[in-house]
Design a protein around this ligand. Structure first.
Ligand SMILES: Nc1ncnc2c1ncn2[C@@H]1O[C@H](COP(=O)(O)OP(=O)(O)OP(=O)(O)O)[C@@H](O)[C@H]1O
Length: 263
C-alpha cells in the first residue's frame, strides 16, 4: 500500500532551494533509508514527512491526503519520530521518559482515557529496561539511553517510525543493536520505518530501499543491490569508492579509495 507519495516536492530553507522537484513513493511494510551528503536536505525531508514543515511547491501525500492538512495530533498517533536527542532532560526517570511517548493520547491535563500502565510496562520490558525503570536518565550508559528513547517511541504505538541519524555517536556494537531494534520493530507487524542514515554500509545492510538525495532531487531510488555503485557514490559524494558484495548477504559495501592510494 502506498503510504507517502511525493510529487515534484520543492522546499526553500532560508534563501536556498534545498529540495527541487523531488518525487518518490514509500510503501507500507518496508525499511527505507534516506541518504546523501551533508546539507543535501535529508532532515528537511524528514520534517516534511512528519508534518512539522510543509513543502513550498509540489505535493506530499500521506495515505492520499496532503500532509500539511492532517492535524498534528492525528499524525502523532500514526507516526513517531526518533530524534538524535529523543529524550527529555536528565532529571526524569526511564519510566517517566517512556510515559511521554503517550502524549498524542493525552488531554491538556496529561490524562489519558484508558490506563496506559500496561502499554508502558510492555514498552519498558521489550527493551529490557524493567530493572532500570526508576533510574534517572543521566545514570544510564549510552546504549541504555538509546533503548530508553526507543521504548518511548514504542509506547507511542504507531505503525510508522521516522528516525534522524539514529546511529550517530554510537560505537559499532550499539549501531548494530540500534538498527536491529528498528528492523525487528518494523518487521514484527509489517510496520514502516524511514531513517536518515550517514553510514552507507549500514544503510545497504538494513534497508529494503534507499532514496539517494543529490541537488534537491532523487539521484537514485531502489534496492541497495540495484543502485549502490561506485559511479553513484562518485557522482553524489564526489569521492572515489570501490563497491564489494557483503560476504554474508551480498549487500553492496563501500570501500573508500583515497586520492593518495597507491602512491
Ligand atoms: N534554519 C535554517 N536557516 C537557513 N538554512 C537552513 C536552516 N536549516 C537548514 N538550513 C540549510 O538547509 C540545507 C539542508 O539542511 P538539512 O539539515 O536538511 O540537510 P541534511 O542533509 O540533513 O544535512 P546533514 O547531513 O549535514 O545533517 C542546508 O544547506 C542547511 O544549511
Amino acid at each position: 500500500m502506498v503510504l507517502f507519495e511525493a510529487v515534484q516536492v520543492g522546499k526553500t530553507v532560508g534563501a536556498r532551494q534545498v529540495l527541487d522537484g523531488l518525487s518518490f513513493t514509500f510503501r507500507t511494510g518496508r525499511l527505507y533509508g534516506i541518504i546523501g551528503p551533508n546539507g543535501v536536505g535529508k532532515s528537511t525531508l524528514l520534517g516534511l514527512l512528519s508534518g512539522v514543515d510543509s513543502p513550498t511547491s509540489g505535493r506530499l501525500l500521506f495515505n492520499g491526503e496532503l500532509v500539511q492538512r492532517i492535524p498534528r495530533r492525528q499524525l502523532a498517533k500514526q507516526m513517531a519520530v526518533l530524534q538524535q536527542s529523543g529524550l527529555p532532560p536528565a532529571g526524569f526517570t526511564v519510566r517517566e521518559a517512556v510515559e511521554m511517548g503517550r502524549f498524542p493520547y493525552q488531554n491538556w491535563l496529561g490524562d489519558e482515557r484508558t490506563d496506559a500502565g500496561p502499554i508502558i510496562d510492555k514498552a519498558i520490558a521489550s527493551m529490557g529496561l524493567a530493572s532500570l525503570q526508576h533510574r534517572k536518565l543521566d545514570q544510564l550508559s549510552g546504549g541504555e539511553r538509546q533503548r530508553a528513547a526507543f521504548a518511548k517511541v514504542i509506547a507511542q504505538e504507531t505503525d510508522i517510525m521516522l528516525l534522524d541519524e539514529p546511529t550517530t555517536h554510537l560505537d559499532i556494537g550499539y549501531q548494530i543493536q540500534m538498527l536491529d531494534m528498528v528492523k525487528n520493530w518494523q518487521r514484527e507487524r509489517g510496520r514502516t520505518a524511514i531513517a536518515v542514515l550517514h553510514d552507507l554500509n549500514l544503510a545497504s545492510l538494513y534497508c529494503d530501499e534507499l532514496l539517494v538525495l543529490h541537488k534537491g532531487r532523487a539521484a537514485a531510488f531502489g534496492k541497495p543491490a540495484d543502485i549502490v555503485t561506485a559511479k553513484l557514490i562518485e557522482e553524489v559524494y564526489e569521492t572515489k569508492a570501490a563497491v564489494v558484495d557483503h560476504p554474508q548477504d551480498g549487500s553492496p559495501q563501500i570501500l573508500l579509495v583515497p586520492d593518495s592510494a597507491g602512491q
